[in-house]
Write a protein that binds this ligand. Structure first.
Ligand code: ADP
Ligand code: MG
Length: 199
């Protein structure tokens, strides 16, 4: 089922962020959401995730089965190791440890697997947050600037891993990086900062 937002409105203290936004996010595909800082990209993800309520309009087609999200901030429990952060999102199964090891290897984090994330660099934490979201087996994936702070090499690993994990999952990728837009198939929704939309 497509994820459909219709005439979505959201304001904060009289400041209009989304002013009747309508868009269809196709089932199982990646949609890049672009736009300048403050144009409402994070607000849109939070509304879809149910973390905020809209002032008007509707959101339909949010699938049963949970939502994976990379927040704009990493939000990792600092005392956990990288591997433990990933164990949190996977049920015990014979394949669990192998899947965690594979994800950490794909992201260049094998050697840091048992280390606490509080000791990590920002880029390492970003990759753990990304792996946590992608390993959680949900049909809807919301990624808020997921590659922020990564250098060229780690970004390439992260993009490759992300592409390998998104098959069949409806995905919103918020970014203002033209490289992300190129890697994930072109911008499909641009918020212009006036609360209305350009395509
Ligand atoms: P983007 O992610 O595109 O940079 P945001 O969705 O974070 O934009 O923010 C859009 C606008 O809404 C900004 O002006 C921001 O200051 C405001 N805003 C976002 N969240 C809140 C909030 N909880 N309270 C007040 N204003 C907010
Ligand atoms: Mg934002």
């Amino acid at each position: 089922m497509d994820l459909i937002i219709n005439s979505l409105r959201k304001s904060y203290d009289g400041h209009v962020v989304l002013d009747g936004l309508t868009h269809t996010f196709p089932h199982g595909a990646v949609t890049c959401v672009a736009g300048p800082s403050g144009s409402g990209k994070t607000t849109l993800l939070r509304l879809i995730a149910g973390l905020e309520a809209p002032d008007g309009g509707s959101i339909s087609g949010v699938p049963e089965g949970g939502i994976s999200m990379v927040f704009q901030e990493d939000r990792l429990p600092p005392q956990l190791s990288a591997a433990d952060c990933l164990r949190c999102v996977l049920k015990k199964s014979p394949s669990r440890e192998g899947r965690i090891a594979d994800a950490l290897a794909a992201l260049g984090l094998s050697e840091a697997s048992g280390q606490r994330v509080s000791e990590f660099s920002g880029g390492m934490r970003r990759r753990v947050a990304l792996a946590r979201a992608l390993l959680f087996p949900s049909p809807l994936v919301l990624l808020d600037e997921p590659f922020k702070g990564l250098d060229a090499d780690t970004r390439r690993d992260a993009v490759g891993f992300t592409l390998s994990m998104l098959a069949g999952r409806t995905t919103l990728l918020v970014t203002h990086d033209p490289e992300d837009v190129a890697d994930f198939g072109g911008v499909a929704l641009r918020l212009d900062g006036t609360g209305t939309t350009q395509r």
